[in-house]
Design a protein around this ligand. Sequence first.
Ligand SMILES: Cc1ncc(C[n+]2csc(CCOP(=O)(O)OP(=O)(O)O)c2C)c(N)n1
Ligand code: SF4
Ligand SMILES: [Mg+2]
Length: 252
Amino acid sequence: MATAKAPKSRKVPRIIDRPMSFCPGCGHGIIIRLIAECLEELGQDENVIFGIGVGCSSLLGGGLETDRLHCSHGRAGAVCTAMKRVNPDNLVISYQGDGDAYSIGIGETTSAAYRNERFTTFVVNNTNYGMTGGQMSNTTMPGQKTTTSVYGRDCDTTGLPIRFPEIVASQFENAAYVARGSVSTPANINRTKIYIKKALQAQISGEGYSLVEILSSCPTNWGMNAPDAMKHLEQVVTPQFPLGEFKNKEGK
Ligand SMILES: Cc1ncc(C[n+]2csc(CCOP(=O)(O)OP(=O)(O)O)c2C)c(N)n1
Ligand code: SF4
Ligand SMILES: [Mg+2]
């Protein structure tokens, strides 16, 4: 009788030194794990400083044993600009939600990207303000019901969901690396890890600003269980936000 193969064990990175307190089925934990694996594989886990946004992204601070600064809501782009300019040899990462990076912080995120600041931004796009109970953000889907769009998002009056990586890739010529990944399937998780690593390598080589948006689940505010939230992410959210690499200046 054939026996099932045990899955290959993936060593937990050293900097993940305690449990994180995300809701079951939340994508944040997967993304943080991928970032931690990349940091360790690149030998950067003792050299990194995070600028953490306000939102469920803030919970990264409770789960990773690294240097970090918890920024005011939306201001990680400005804070990371300063941290990288003052400490150019450190790897500087902003870890933010869609509300933090693209709504209240869109000015700071845009300014850092267009000035080609030499740090890396990871934006977790779960199409809502997760931490505060599911309000509409700039990436909320057309027709999506949230606590501030109770009849569904009306794009005639609130605009269409913003595709920020596409703006950076097409308009900011100096930017080094831009991509969008997702945690909806194992294949997408593995591809997202490649994007994260390339973004960090672009910073290490001094190439310029790098940005990876990662589509993520928020089962709690989407009113779904964990498997249905992943299906929704794959089947409904992803067609609105195409996955892939939009810019890779080094071409690696
Ligand atoms: C200046 C300011 N305004 C509003 C808030 C309330 N607030 C906390 S988190 C948050 C939104 C977070 O959404 P997002 O960045 O998408 O992160 P998520 O929780 O979805 O991961 C808001 C509006 C705040 N903390 N500070
Ligand atoms: S509210 Fe949403 S984003 Fe926040 S931890 Fe729960 S599932 Fe994750
Ligand atoms: Mg969000």
